[in-house]
Design a protein around this ligand. Structure first.
Ligand SMILES: Cc1cc2nc3c(=O)[nH]c(=O)nc-3n(C[C@H](O)[C@H](O)[C@H](O)COP(=O)(O)O)c2cc1C
Length: 190
């Protein structure tokens, strides 16, 4: 059995979060397929993530001059073998704190753009929103997908769950739960 180290990054500020509940089910399904799966979950909300100041010093150094919790997150990203990002859609994009983390990947972008990429790892994105049309998810999906890509992670699966307007909707929505289970089974099979 292959040991898989999954890193889950969650962005919702809600206590009864739909995206977090959906991600827990995704992980539970993965664990059925691979009992050797270990999971580290990071809620970005209590962490210090300052915005990128666009100093561009990272163009040469490939390192950020800002000292905060981003470096800890990046260490976990580097050691994980699978990465799952769970987020609500806020105004057609990622919530502010997640977007701040994404923008702080400018050092990784410079490395990536010079072709200094490592072996690709697999990633998944789980998004929830009130609306249920494709365009609602495009912004957040592309932002997160590019964050994963510059960090050497290929987005294998994106699960979008609409009609998640209030708290705790996901745990009552059997269709959404089936969608998550199906996506997790496919993710585990590849
Ligand atoms: C500030 C804010 C902005 C939002 N923007 C959108 C949006 O642009 N489109 C949409 O369909 N839902 C939007 N929503 C609804 C959330 O995406 C939805 O409730 C989601 O299920 C929340 O996920 P969570 O329970 O994991 O926090 C917004 C909610 C908030 C609080």
């Amino acid at each position: 059995m292959i040991n898989i180290k999954a890193l889950v990054i969650t962005a919702s500020t809600r206590k009864q979060s739909n995206s977090v509940a959906a991600t827990k089910l995704f992980i539970r399904t993965l664990k059925i397929k691979n009992a050797a799966l270990t999971v580290k979950t990071i809620d970005i909300n209590p962490l210090k993530i300052k915005p990128c100041t666009a100093c561009l010093k990272c163009r040469e150094s490939y390192a950020c001059v800002i000292k905060d919790d981003v470096s800890k997150i990046l260490k976990h990203l580097a050691t994980a073998t699978v990465v799952i990002i769970a987020s609500p859609v806020y105004f057609m994009g990622a919530p502010a704190k997640l977007k701040a983390l994404i923008d702080r990947s400018e050092p990784a972008w410079f490395k990536y753009s010079k072709g200094m990429k490592k072996k690709w790892k697999n990633g998944a994105i789980i998004l929830t929103a009130e609306a249920n049309n494709r365009s609602t998810f495009v912004g957040a999906k592309n932002e997160i997908k590019s964050f994963l890509a510059v960090n050497g992670i290929k987005t294998k699966t994106t699960v979008t769950l609409g009609t998640m307007q209030g708290e705790n909707i996901f745990i009552q929505d059997k269709k959404a739960q089936r969608k998550i289970i199906k996506a997790a089974m496919e993710f585990a099979n590849d």
